[in-house]
Design a protein around this ligand. Structure first.
Ligand code: HEC
Length: 278
């Protein structure tokens, strides 16, 4: 604990003011321009590699792992789940838009009829329930394994989150508030580490920038042995805990709104699932 506080103090983070209500595109450009100014030699597109964008050595290691990923077996399992028809004979491809292909970059989306943010995982569950199957838990093993494959069907699509109505804007602002709120015993916000200190070292890790972070889920982490899929919102839980902040559960309205804001900041960047992370 003491070590973590010292490491955090070493980041020298400024107290950034948060503007109350700007257009989502202003929010995104502000962060992108901040990164461009701070790291003029790094292409914004390369932030899909997260912390690896700052470290050619780690990127080279990543490239060799991705050539023969130790987790192909899990993705194959996900494909089997995807291809197996429901008891009524229908499949995911029958009920998701465009057969489930090239759609992940549209999620999370604001569903005007439901009046709330819908994640890709929610869309999968809606499909299951409509076909008489039980919903999976977001962050549970089945959903994680299924999405390692389902999300690959959108590889190459660009993130394309839309905020089109006042209700959608409200959900976006709620996610933004969570992102910038200082909380927990250490009084850090997500932005403290992933905007202000992006590219800096925190103990043995380089901090990735928020831009690009939403494009490549689930991930397989070396620390888990390299073959356990971790969803984006499960990663949120980990980062909340890291700063001694009580996390929400995956799939909560707060986390869905956070994912909506968080994903918007990756707009225009290419999707690629599933990838290796430290
Ligand atoms: C004390 C610093 C710190 C804070 C605060 C923090 N994180 Fe992190 N986060 C890290 C570290 C360290 C990693 C692993 C290295 C990396 O990829 O940045 C990480 C990784 C991540 C990743 C995975 C990136 C990838 O490409 O695999 C996501 C997503 C993320 N954090 C989101 C958040 C969110 C959302 C919050 C606010 C709830 C948050 N983090 C708060 C330190 C922090």
């Amino acid at each position: 604990m003491k070590k973590l506080i010292l490491a955090l103090a070493g980041l020298g983070i400024a107290l950034g003011a948060v503007s109350a209500s700007a257009a989502p595109e202003d929010d995104r450009l502000k962060v992108v321009n901040y990164l461009k100014n701070k790291y003029p030699d790094i292409k914004v597109d390369d932030y899909v590699y997260g912390a690896l964008a700052f470290s050619p050595d780690s990127k080279a290691q990543y490239d060799s792992i991705m050539e023969f990923p130790p987790f192909v077996g899990v993705i194959d399992q996900g494909k089997k789940m995807w291809d197996t028809p429901f008891k009524n004979g229908k499949t995911y491809a029958d009920c998701l838009p465009n057969g489930g292909k090239m759609i992940v970059g549209n999620y999370p989306m604001f569903d005007e009829a439901k009046g709330k943010v819908v994640t890709f995982e929610d869309a999968i569950n809606a499909c299951r329930v409509a076909n008489g199957e039980e919903a999976y838990k977001y962050g549970g093993k089945e959903m994680d394994v299924l999405t390692t494959y389902a999300r690959t069907l959108s590889d190459g699509m660009k993130m394309n989150i839309k905020v089109d109505s006042p209700a959608a804007k409200k959900a976006f602002e709620d996610g933004k508030t969570t992102y910038y709120a200082r909380a927990g015993q250490l009084n850090f916000s997500c932005a403290s580490c992933h905007i202000d200190a992006a590219g800096n070292n925190l103990r043995s890790e380089i901090l990735s920038p928020v831009v690009g972070q939403a494009t490549h889920w689930p991930v397989f982490r070396g620390k888990d042995g390299g073959d356990i899929a971790t969803s984006l919102q499960t990663r949120y839980v980990g980062c909340f805990k890291q700063v001694r902040h009580v996390p929400d559960k995956e799939g909560s309205t707060r986390f869905n709104n956070l994912e909506y804001f968080h994903s918007y900041l990756s707009n225009g960047l290419e999707m690629k699932s599933s990838v290796f992370r430290k």
